[in-house]
Design a protein. Structure first.
Length: 219
């Protein structure tokens, strides 16, 4: 599904944020990307989402080199992704219901389908009672669940999460990871970037370890 081939990323030559990154993720896999702050985890996520492009090398999504996608068509590619940001990035002037429904509306789904799918997700993520509230009234854990529900509402092929538990306590962190695993078991490919090794060890998925912009090992 996803392949990095000889990828380098430089923001300020001669230093590299990433050096000679090679790995692949198969459909239906759950993969952790780990490493300390500055190791390159977020850069890899940004390259996958096309927020950034490689300085060298190629990145393939379903055999398409995503670096070659024109700017005016990036939105079509991103519709195939679900993205969960560390800072949630919920739209503050939209209700919980409207935040989760937004990707479906953008995809042009019919009103009945939008209502059905949104209600299903709000119930599944246990935030149905918050449907008419705004993000500012929610706890950190509730905001994170809304962010995940929004990320998967359009049924993405690949779910990306960048430090999704960085602002949460251990109990909520495990709960969020269990939600990711539940989605993965339903067929969604999941990539989680995190520095929390305790979660990585607990959930026992494939791991790509980064150090100073290089792959240290893959287990």
């Amino acid at each position: 599904m996803l392949r990095f081939v000889g990828v380098y990323k430089s923001y300020s030559p001669p230093g590299y944020a990433l050096q000679n990154i090679n790995f692949s993720v198969e459909k239906g896999e759950f993969v952790f990307i780990t490493g300390p702050s500055g190791a390159g985890k977020t850069t890899i996520i940004k390259l996958i989402t096309r927020e950034e492009t490689p300085s060298q090398g190629r990145i393939f999504f379903r055999n398409t080199d995503i670096s070659g996608i024109s700017r005016r068509k990036i939105y079509l590619y991103r519709r195939r992704l679900g993205i969960v940001f560390q800072d949630f990035r919920l739209i503050p002037y939209l209700t919980v219901y409207e935040n989760v429904a937004l990707p479906l509306i953008i995809q042009g789904k019919k009103k009945r389908e939008v209502e059905r799918r949104t209600h299903q997700l709000l119930k599944e993520f246990e935030i149905i009672h918050k449907a008419r509230e705004f993000p500012s009234t929610l706890s950190g854990g509730e905001q994170q669940r809304v962010a995940i529900a929004r990320a998967v509402s359009g049924t993405p092929e690949l779910l990306l999460a960048d430090e999704p538990t960085g602002n949460l306590d251990p109990f909520l962190s495990r709960r969020i990871m269990k939600l990711f695993k539940k989605l993965n078991l339903k067929g969604t490919t999941v990539i989680v970037a995190t520095h929390d090794l305790s979660l990585v060890e607990e959930f026992g998925e494939r791991v790509i370890h980064l150090s100073y912009g290089k792959i240290k090992k893959i287990v």
